[in-house]
Design a binder for this molecule. Structure first.
Ligand code: ATP
Ligand code: MG
Length: 789
């Protein structure tokens, strides 16, 4: 049975190994056998159809499995031709009662529907036209609702979501022009309330002044960046060549390149869209964009999307958003996959130049031949050029399974640099690609793609991290072999931070295992995580810039980054009084309806930040840590018989009596408000507090998330049991009901505040600000050691 199954699975295009693995899979194997037999595919079938059968058998659910034969026939009859349709079909089958009705099935699965680019353009145009007025008013804020609205239009149900998104972006750009200060919520806030300023308004204003006003226009941004671009003219970056200064295999190539670029600096930031960006990428972004900005050049964002297995839409979206959040605007957005055809054609050309060959060795064989002394060239290396061309075409046509054939560059097996040991240029992969769908089943490798895309884009400085040093020569080898324009590669050191991990593989693991809440968990040093935690983009940029650029990899203590954050927030964050552990004080000498409106500066000694009022009444709360039942001469806050000042309240209070519950826990302090002049002595210390007032709906109860390092060791890998065992179990502690003063009202997601005497906090996206329900994240403590408390 098992051998039969293996043969069947190979008939639909699985490699021998994959077929064996599948046959051993007790759940998948019988389903796949059934699907293949029902689909009449026992004697072979096109790879793309084979991939659909495989997808069907591997994703069918328990409730749909009764209809598997029907679904298989639908694939056979080419009614289902995409994975999207297969998943719709499975959903439909789950809900089907009794036999499936062909008509209903076809309608639910988009059978026979082909959405052309023309139709996408028309539908998007119509949809946007109907909402044009609203769009002009709300501008880019409306983008999200346009995208989700259009996704739901029946006309576009079966259209490529990437194509739809691109069309929306294009049209919105045409109507609105590029984003400007109107699209910046921080700058916009300026126009609002001037006099009495809610702290929330003050934060917006201040931040707008320091960071986003400059970012609002292109010129402003360049000017702002230029001021702080010192790092570009120091260290490694000061040594880079001028455009035109890099020799070419033919001088003509340089002449043509300079004609195309006008002699400008052209850089690119080339992330692989297989994860969110992290703090290390902030360095790469500042280097690439900063270098170009400082030389009045341009920077492309290039999605290096040649590995369809790990890439997902959400990563594409987040990467661009993060770059913009840091304050940079790509000159163009490119995709390595845009060049698949050209890359393929060049691979054929490379074979014809006798500089590449199709090889059928297994991974182990290749490894062994590279390890041998002297290194061994495999038998396929010397096969005739024509034969390799034919074999490569067969690979592209899907006539080889995964791992059965690869294209290798014919380099120099005896060169001491391992990057010359006949690197792989193409491999077979039956995985649909995010942008090109099922068009390709051969995908180019990083080594083959990266330098060629740099060349196509006329990159002048290909800036990358030091682990690519050995790749520099193979990079040059390939562009020269094809006689193309040759950029220059320069390497710089990677940035790492203590007590965390940055590798996408490791972060994926933390996310998948539920150790953190997601890629934007505030404990991670991903940029969306740091943003959520409240780290300002300006502080992150300042941090990476001031580290400077050298060729050594560095591990920077996390505290150093936090210092930048603290410095920046100290300037811009309004102050609020919030009690993490509230303790009730009853001022027994005040009447039940006593109410004073106390004026509080949004930031002491900075009048431009304005002020607001908070209620003071018979019942106030202080933080439990500011009261001690056992007094001590060195303790200057509240204790029985002692007085303390409440910030901004005219007179001090004196504690008289401690009230405890049956378990002995302190639940209330009875105290007096010293508002009769005769008794008044200026207190040594003032503490923060929150007054109770029904009228003001005070205190405001908020959830506070306190974070500390996610890993115990400064290098988590130093844990003898491995990095994953190094997780700090107390990295998050949640206070479900802290008491905040009413000044927090009006705060929006991502606003930053200083909670007086506690630390800096930022409003988490989990808040429901409209309903006044706040979740706040501790960004950093007030002092370096504060977070250790
Ligand atoms: P990871 O190892 O975390 O998966 P990566 O290097 O694979 O990261 P890419 O998406 O390929 O991530 O990186 C895009 C660019 O950012 C590359 O030029 C890479 O060299 C650079 N980069 C990645 N990590 C760092 C880092 N820690 N410090 C500086 N630059 C980095
Ligand atoms: Mg990489």
């Amino acid at each position: 049975m098992s051998d039969d199954a293996v043969a069947l699975f190979q008939a639909i295009g699985l490699s021998e190994q994959k077929a064996k693995e599948t046959a051993a899979n007790k759940k998948l194997s019988p389903n796949l056998v059934l699907v293949i037999k029902e689909g009449g595919a026992e004697t072979g079938v096109e790879k793309s159809v084979g991939a659909l059968y495989y997808n069907l058998a591997s994703t069918v659910t328990k409730n749909a499995v009764a209809h598997l034969p029907y679904l298989a026939r639908a694939v056979r009859d080419a009614r289902l031709t995409t994975n999207d349709q297969v998943s719709a079909a499975i959903k439909f089958a789950e809900a089907a009662k009794g036999d499936i009705d062909d008509g209903e099935f076809d309608a639910a699965c988009g059978v026979g529907i082909v959405v052309t680019q023309q139709e996408i353009v028309e539908t998007v145009t119509k949809f946007i036209e109907e909402r044009r007025e609203e769009l002009e008013q709300k501008r880019y804020q409306m983008l999200g609702s346009l995208i989700s609205g259009l996704r739901q239009t029946p006309e576009l149900r079966w259209a490529s979501s990437v194509a739809v998104k691109e069309e929306i972006d294009k049209q919105v750009l045409q109507i609105l022009g590029p984003k400007d200060e109107r699209d910046d919520p921080k700058a916009k806030k300026k126009a609002e309330k001037k006099d009495v300023k809610a702290p929330a308004a003050a934060t917006k204003e201040k931040q707008a002044k320091t960071e986003t006003a400059a970012a609002a226009s292109k010129e402003g941004r360049v000017a702002e960046a230029a001021k702080s671009l010192k790092y570009v003219f120091e260290g490694e970056l000061a040594r880079l060549h001028k455009p035109g200064g890099n020799p070419q295999i033919h001088p003509k190539l340089m002449e043509e390149h300079l004609k195309r670029t006008g002699g400008k600096v052209v850089t690119r930031f080339p992330p692989e869209p297989n994860g969110f960006l992290h703090i290390g990428h902030a360095k790469a972004i500042n280097i690439n964009f900063g270098y170009a900005l400082a030389h009045e050049g341009i920077t492309n964002l290039r999605y290096d999307d040649t590995n369809p297995e790990a890439e997902e839409e959400k990563y594409f979206v987040s990467i661009l958003e993060t770059i913009k959040w840091l304050g940079f605007e790509p000159s163009a957005i490119t995709y390595s996959s845009d060049h698949f055809q050209r890359l393929y054609d060049l691979a054929v050309e490379l074979i014809k130049r006798d500089k590449a060959y199709v090889c059928h060795c297994t991974g182990e064989e290749i490894h062994a031949m590279r390890e041998a002394n002297p290194r061994i060239e495999c038998a396929h290396r010397s096969r005739p050029v024509d034969e390799s061309v034919r074999e490569f075409v067969k690979m592209k046509e899907g006539r080889y399974g995964e791992g059965e054939a690869i294209l290798r560059m014919k380099m120099d097996m005896q060169n001491p640099n391992p990057q010359f040991w006949d690197l792989v240029a193409y491999r077979v992969m039956f995985t649909p690609h995010h942008r090109t769908g099922n068009a390709w089943c051969v995908y180019p490798t990083y080594d083959y793609t990266h330098c060629l895309c740099d060349s196509f884009e006329d990159i002048t400085h290909s800036l990358c991290t030091v682990e690519f040093q050995l790749s520099r020569e193979s990079y040059y080898w390939l562009v020269d072999a094809l006689e193309l324009y040759k950029p220059v590669q320069w390497e710089y050191g990677r940035l790492n931070i203590t007590n965390t991990v940055l590798s996408k593989r490791k972060i994926t693991k933390l996310v998948d295992e539920g150790i953190v809440g997601g890629w934007d968990d505030p404990r991670l040093y991903t940029l969306p995580g740091l943003r959520r935690r409240g780290f300002p983009a300006t502080a992150i940029n300042a941090f990476v810039r001031e580290l400077g650029v050298t060729t050594s990899n560095t591990v920077i203590p996390v505290e150093r980054l936090e210092n930048y954050v603290r410095d920046h927030l100290n300037d811009v964050a309004p102050r609020l009084m919030v009690l993490l552990e509230p303790l009730k004080i009853t001022l027994t000498n005040l009447s039940d309806d006593y109410l004073e409106e106390v004026t509080v500066a949004n930031k002491p000694r900075d009048e431009s930040m304005g002020s607001h009022t908070v209620p003071f009444s018979k019942t106030v709360y202080i933080d439990a840590s500011d009261f001690r039942e056992q007094d001590d001469p060195n303790f200057y806050r509240l204790a029985p018989g002692k007085s303390v000042g409440l910030l901004n309240v005219p007179f001090p209070i004196t504690a008289n009596k401690v009230v405890k519950d049956s378990s002995g826990r302190i639940v209330e302090i009875l105290a007096t408000y010293e508002n009769s002049k005769a008794d008044f002595k200026k207190p040594k210390t003032y503490i923060h507090w929150v007054g109770e007032s029904k009228k003001h709906n005070s205190p405001v109860k908020v959830q506070v998330n306190l974070y500390s390092n996610l890993f115990k060791h400064s290098n988590p890998a130093d844990n003898p049991d491995g990095w994953l065992a190094d997780i700090n179990p107390d990295s998050l502690s949640v206070i479900p009901e802290a008491y905040a003063e009413i000044g927090i009202r009006g705060a929006r997601i991502e606003d930053s505040f200083q909670f007086v005497r506690v630390g800096y906090f930022s409003v988490d996206p989990d808040s429901d600000v409209k309903k006044g329900r706040y979740v706040v994240n501790r960004t950093v403590g007030l002092k370096e050691d504060a977070k250790k408390n």
